[in-house]
Design a protein around this ligand. Structure first.
Ligand SMILES: NC(=O)c1ccc[n+]([C@@H]2O[C@H](COP(=O)([O-])OP(=O)(O)OC[C@H]3O[C@@H](n4cnc5c(N)ncnc54)[C@H](O)[C@@H]3O)[C@@H](O)[C@H]2O)c1
Length: 260
């Protein structure tokens, strides 16, 4: 897909990965609607890239839909929807119902809401591009964070399903699955017990992810893996699930030991 001349809507675009995706799309000629909970952050990015800023909490369904409609009115039909907002909530099944619900609403249901709102218009025009930010945690897992791993698996499933079902109607889908990226979210994860040991020096910059997303859209790649090694981990998981689980248990033990 040619990015130049398109209209893009990016959630959680005021910082981190969403900001980098917005900058990368704008650099390739897209007009970008920068949607974020943090209005000042959205303004800062939008000003820099001649886009528009929208203060949106993606967990607020009506607010998200009205931001999508407002963008269409101001800029024209949205060609590229980047469902990027996510929260990393740690813990196991003992995480509270509120924490599970928040993970579910922000990580998955906001993507359902925005996609459901735009898809009919995209199908009518015979073209549209959906980018779903999942995580390597959606293909593999996230040690120490069940609500995150589970909801990110759901995002991968959603993206797959949309790609299979709507490709013949001109809808293209990419699923972004990075491992560690140097953003505020990662800074918080480093403070989890054993987080620093797990991440080591493997984190990449948000700018590298922004470039990978723009390249992925241009090449119409379903899986966007800014860390190429994730493809190999995913292959190992599929090839021998039992062995993969054994390896992950060992890694969990290393994390537990580091936390003591
Ligand atoms: N950082 C990583 O290592 C990493 C790795 C894999 C996947 N991801 C995923 O990438 C996406 C972006 O992560 P990040 O690291 O850039 O995050 P981040 O925590 O740095 O936050 C980026 C922005 O999200 C906004 N935001 C938070 N909640 C929101 C909401 N309810 N509505 C609208 N905006 C909201 C914040 O205001 C902030 O500006 C997430 O879906 C995350 O799960 C991150």
């Amino acid at each position: 897909m040619e990015i130049a001349g398109t209209i893009a809507f990016v959630t959680a675009a005021g910082n981190g990965i969403g900001e980098a995706i917005s900058r990368s799309l704008a650099a390739r000629g897209a007009r970008v609607a920068v949607a974020d909970l943090d209005a000042a952050a959205a303004d800062r990015v939008a000003r820099d890239i001649s886009g528009i800023a929208l203060a949106v909490d993606v967990a607020d369904r009506a607010g998200l839909e009205s931001a999508l409609d407002g963008t269409t009115k101001r800029l024209g039909p949205i060609d590229i929807l980047v469902n990027n907002a996510g929260v990393a909530i740690g813990g196991g099944v003992e995480a509270s119902d509120d924490e599970w619900e928040r993970s579910w609403q922000i990580n998955l249901m906001s993507q359902v809401t925005a996609t459901r709102h735009l898809l009919p218009q995209m199908i009518q025009r015979g073209s549209g591009y959906l980018v779903h930010t999942a995580s390597a945690a959606g293909l593999l897992t996230n040690l120490g964070a069940a609500p995150y791993a589970v909801t990110k698996h759901a995002v991968v499933a959603l993206a797959e399903w949309l790609s299979i079902t709507h490709a013949h109607q001109g809808i293209r889908v990419s699923c972004l699955c990075p491992q560690f990226v140097s953003t505020n979210m990662l800074a918080e994860f480093l403070d989890f017990p054993g987080g620093r040991e797990l991440v080591g020096d493997s984190a990449i910059t948000p700018e590298a992810v922004g470039k990978a997303v723009a390249d992925g859209i241009e090449q119409e790649s379903f899986l966007i893996l800014p860390h190429p090694e994730v493809a190999e981990y995913f292959r190992r998981k599929a090839n021998d699930y039992e062995r993969w689980l054994g390896g992950m248990r060992k890694l969990q033990a290393v994390m537990d030991a580091a936390a003591e």
